[in-house]
Design a protein around this ligand. Sequence first.
Ligand code: ADP
Length: 502
Amino acid sequence: MENKKYVIAMDQGTTSSRAILFNERGEIVSMVQHEFRQIFPQPGWVEHDPMEIWSTQMGVTMEAMQKIDAKSDEIAAIGITNQRETTVVWDAETGRPVYNAIVWQCRRTADMIDRMKEEGWEEKIKEKTGLVLDAYFSASKIAWILDNVPGAREAAEAGKLRFGTVDSWLIWNLTDGAVHATDYTNASRTMLFDIHKLCWDREILDYFGIPESMLPEVKPSSCIFGDTEKFGGAIPIAGAAGDQQSALFGQCGFESGDVKSTYGTGGFLLMNTGHDAVRSKQGLLTTIAASDGERVNYALEGSVFVAGAAIQWLRDEMRMIRTSPQSEEYCRAVPDTDGVYVVPAFSGMGAPYWQQYARGTIVGLTRGVTKDHFIRATVESLAYQTNDLIAAMKDEACLEINSLKVDGGASANDFLMQFQSDISNVKIERPMCVETTALGAAYLAGLAVGYWKSKEDIKQNWQREKEFVPSIDDERRRRLLKGWRRAVKCAVYWASEDNEDD
Ligand code: ADP
């Protein structure tokens, strides 16, 4: 490993492809990012061009290497992390996609999923895959391509097509079609994978009419998938994981009870539950966590649909702030929200409420309420929603949360982090390196090739930038949370059609 200076993380996200070179201390030495086209062929439909995903990812990787004049023999390994669930189907012979990538956000298969619900598949899907039956996951997207692209089903049945999530698509291209593989975390988001038996599920495949010959081999997140010759000399591709699982790994969330919370456009909370796959009754997802051994770890996952997006709404629609960071000044200008709650249920509410028709609600207005209060209540809503997930996870996993590791754009807001710590009564730790998604992929790859010796080695790299500890008493916390619960009830009540007194 002497001449190996760096590990490359390919971070293939929903709106951009990025490449980051990390050194042994887990520090960023070079980073390049490139956005690519979002394709909206119809309302509710979202696609990407798989060739553009590939070309932008190649482009940023080469540029990031060139920027510091890194040569292929200085790269110990490549790790891949990717937007999850997004579905690519391609021709095994030519390597050409038969259709655009259908993106996780795409709702085109909602009817197919409704039919499955009527046929009573919900419990079985939950039991086998750990997921809530939904169009979000890859399964129905693959079926849609086979049903709608002329000749696709025949070609698939003749063994001529391949399916992959974005990690597989990149690995296939990086190895010139020699390797068709994915990792456990990505497989666990397809809704085709039995997370307990760790194999593709025949019964679900049959339902969707997906031939097994299309599917990638499933491997541990940290292992050598194959070599790529695309950057001058052979470099091992040695890690792959879906973005959220990669971030948990990048935050050193290796042990049961470790939790990370991401405050991006949406929010994601993941809790490592060790070797136990905890089955949720409150609508959290059970999923496979990235780990470095052969044995898989599981995680509970919950998401907040509108997190940073509520801050964007304050900026772009309400025009109350010019920049997102500015929200913090307004929050600090008042001692509290004066009893105002904003519930940003713009597109329904997820776990633990699962009210798809709930709508955004503002309660508690009086004549004295100002813009400061309003902004503060909106910022606080990110913390309340995250707290609902924390409470559900604590309850279901029967694990205490000792500390919460945070990342994502809005985690830079100190007011928000302090408020989260206060209402959740938990210590919050914000790392120096907030590029945790890419870092996780780098760690997975580096561990597989011995660039890092062990997870203990890696833990030395995790450095705290700032810590937030609870500063309010139980009574105040109880009152604040009670108000939030009542506000949520209003958001749900408003949307239900058959309220008695209407
Ligand atoms: P994504 O990866 O989902 O695109 P990011 O992790 O880049 O998101 O975070 C961007 C989000 O964070 C935006 O919604 C933005 O409004 C919000 N944000 C960024 N900085 C702050 C801040 N200081 N306070 C509150 N929200 C912020």
